[in-house]
Design a protein around this ligand. Sequence first.
Ligand code: HEM
Length: 72
Amino acid sequence: MSGLIGRPAGTVEGATYSNAMRSSGITWDSQTLDTFLTAPGRMVGGTRMTVAIPNATQRAAIIQYLESQPAD
Ligand code: HEM
């Protein structure tokens, strides 16, 4: 998932997203990712991502990794 940080949600060419994700208005950064990963459906009602990461330490590690990945 390279090039996520700074990218608007639901905009990868060729990917199939829910309307909820495409119209969410989110831009991915450490804060929006933390909120989304805590409870995806609470931030983006109707998202098809149903897996949450309730553990804050795990979220921080994942976000740190994503922030280390350069844009495409
Ligand atoms: C470290 C684990 C994960 C992270 C960081 C993550 C993050 C994300 C992000 C940021 C998006 C939005 C993508 C975009 O805007 O281009 C997304 C979408 C999605 N994810 Fe995850 N995800 C994870 C795990 C999973 C897992 C395990 C599943 C399924 C078993 C899943 C299913 C989906 C689906 C179906 C979407 C599209 C949602 C929609 O269009 O409403 N994700 N994910």
